[in-house]
Write a protein that binds this ligand. Structure first.
Ligand SMILES: [Zn+2]
Ligand SMILES: [Zn+2]
Length: 292
């Protein structure tokens, strides 16, 4: 890793957190700014409900004004946890598809860079079929929605029958997608660790990313979720923890923060929020402190 880079304060790293939109989407910008973020993630609607009230022109204008006056450079969204376009149940898959379409349209209205999606769950049906279903729904989505917002498939911890724990599964979804420019990956550190990927030594870190590059391709990596893990390595249980307080070694975050290949990849915390914005401020400071 190069040591001859500019001093820390001059180096732009895209680091931030998931922030709430309570009271209106424009409020997320203020919350992110208060937490020292220059990149944020939001839900564009309630993440535990199917329904969304359409965005009004006022909502959009207020949001854009706030954004333009803020130091925030990248804004991405996370799709609702209810969505499962991999479901073998036609009704669930179709309902999920419609909801995802509305979310992608909202993201385009808000000029967001990307929408992070949990690939889905096969609910004890055939995994290969589920991977194909997800890919086909994404093809339909990209045909029906015009806009620049990408869909980023997130790697999962592998709880229950969730899809997307392995790079191979993510790659087989991408294989089905015709328009590769619309699709990417969001790498969640907690999910990878709990899902059985080691990357906390120089050697394991290099090995994991070369595996990622071979199976998926590093060019697909468009965002990262930076979370420590409450649960053990390979536990397949998804519980996020503050950076440095979980089961992961700080070295894993150190390697990511100093990896020149990921300089332009926004790094978003999804760590607990007992104190707002204090917790995010602390975690962001830890991450920035790791930069050589
Ligand atoms: Zn997620
Ligand atoms: Zn995540």
């Amino acid at each position: 890793m190069s040591k001859q880079t500019s001093p820390k304060e001059n180096k732009l790293v895209l680091v931030g957190a998931h922030v709430s939109i309570a009271g209106g989407i424009h409020n997320a910008i203020e919350r992110g700014t208060e937490a020292n973020c220059n990149a944020i993630q939001i839900f564009t609607k309630s993440n535990r409900q199917w329904k969304a009230k359409p965005l009004t022109n006022d909502d959009i204008q207020q949001y854009k004004t706030a954004r333009n006056q803020s130091p925030i450079k990248v804004i991405i969204a996370h799709a609702s946890y209810l969505i499962n376009i991999g479901s073998p149940k036609q009704e669930t898959a179709q309902r999920s598809y419609e909801a995802l379409k509305v979310e992608l349209e909202r993201c385009n209205q808000l000029e967001l860079a990307a929408l992070v999606l949990h690939p889905g769950s096969h609910t004890q049906s055939d995994t290969q079929q589920a991977l194909k279903r997800i890919g086909s729904y994404l093809n339909k989505l990209f045909e029906q929605v015009n806009g620049k917002c990408l869909i980023l498939l997130e790697n999962m911890a592998g709880q229950g029958s969730s899809i997307g724990r392995t790079f191979e599964e993510l790659a087989s979804i991408i294989d089905v997608v015709s328009d590769k420019k619309q699709i990417g990956i969001c790498f969640d550190t907690c999910h990878a660790f709990a899902g059985g990927y080691k990357f906390d030594t120089k050697e394991s870190y290099q090995a994991m990313w070369s595996h990622f590059d071979k199976t998926i391709g590093l060019n697909y990596l468009k965002a990262m979720h930076i979370n420590d893990s409450k649960k053990l390595f390979d536990s397949r249980v998804d519980r996020h923890e503050h950076i440095g307080q979980g089961e992961m070694k700080l070295k894993a975050f150190d390697l990511i923060m100093n990896d020149e290949r990921f300089k332009d990849v926004p790094k978003i915390l999804e760590t607990p929020k007992d104190h707002i914005p204090g917790d995010d401020i602390k975690n962001i400071a830890i991450l920035k402190g790791l930069i050589d």
